[in-house]
Design a protein around this ligand. Structure first.
Ligand SMILES: CC(C)(COP(=O)(O)OP(=O)(O)OC[C@H]1O[C@@H](n2cnc3c(N)ncnc32)[C@H](O)[C@@H]1OP(=O)(O)O)[C@@H](O)C(=O)NCCC(=O)NCCS
Length: 159
């Protein structure tokens, strides 16, 4: 991987770029459990307004060679620390998600950390595996991006 991958605090202006990045059809299929209508800017803005206002969420913008490549975040679900990430398609396959997640994990004090991934999202599964997550269970739910019930792995990082 050639290039510098940095995390910085998320700025409101970054949302314009995240909105465009989350419109990609292939990315939506991979992530599966997405917004019902990614193109609906009102829904997007309301979703991110809540995230930006929540002091318990750690929100980091990923900068690759000076460009906004995506985001990585930590949030709490039922008191459990979970992580999420999304990389703009033009930045895929350069180790950016793996580096960004490992940088986030290195500044997080919570352990264990949990993640959920659609079973066939092999790129994301691999990112989690490389960062030390292991499968601890399975689940399934309705995936908006596929309009279908979809299986997922529940993964956990202990160290
Ligand atoms: C999943 C995602 C975050 C990966 O980002 P990335 O920066 O391309 O990831 P990295 O380059 O760090 O690593 C990807 C790994 O998956 C592998 N990979 C990519 N596509 C793959 C595929 N179709 N099958 C198997 N492995 C695949 C890569 O080879 C790499 O592993 P390696 O280092 O062992 O070769 C990115 O594609 C994305 O944002 N997708 C849409 C949103 C999403 O799925 N978010 C996660 C929801 S759980």
């Amino acid at each position: 991987m050639a290039g510098t991958i940095l995390l910085r605090d998320m700025l409101h202006d970054d949302l314009e770029i995240f909105f465009k990045q989350q419109l990609d059809n292939e990315a939506n299929w991979m992530a599966a459990f997405t917004s019902e209508k990614p193109e609906d800017r009102t829904v997007f803005d309301e979703h991110w307004r809540r995230i930006m206002a929540d002091a318990s969420i750690m929100r980091k913008t990923i900068i690759f060679n000076g460009q906004v490549a995506g985001y990585v975040s930590k949030y709490f679900d039922d008191g459990r620390a979970e992580i999420a990430y999304w990389i703009g398609r033009e930045f895929w396959g350069r180790g950016i998600a793996t580096s960004a997640l490992s940088q986030l994990l290195s500044v997080m004090v919570e352990r264990p950390v949990f993640a959920r991934v659609a079973k066939d999202n092999l790129a994301s599964f691999r990112v989690l595996e490389k960062c030390g997550f292991a499968i601890i269970g399975e689940g399934s739910g309705y995936a908006n991006a596929r309009r279908a019930e979809t299986g997922e792995y529940i993964m956990r990082l202990d160290h």
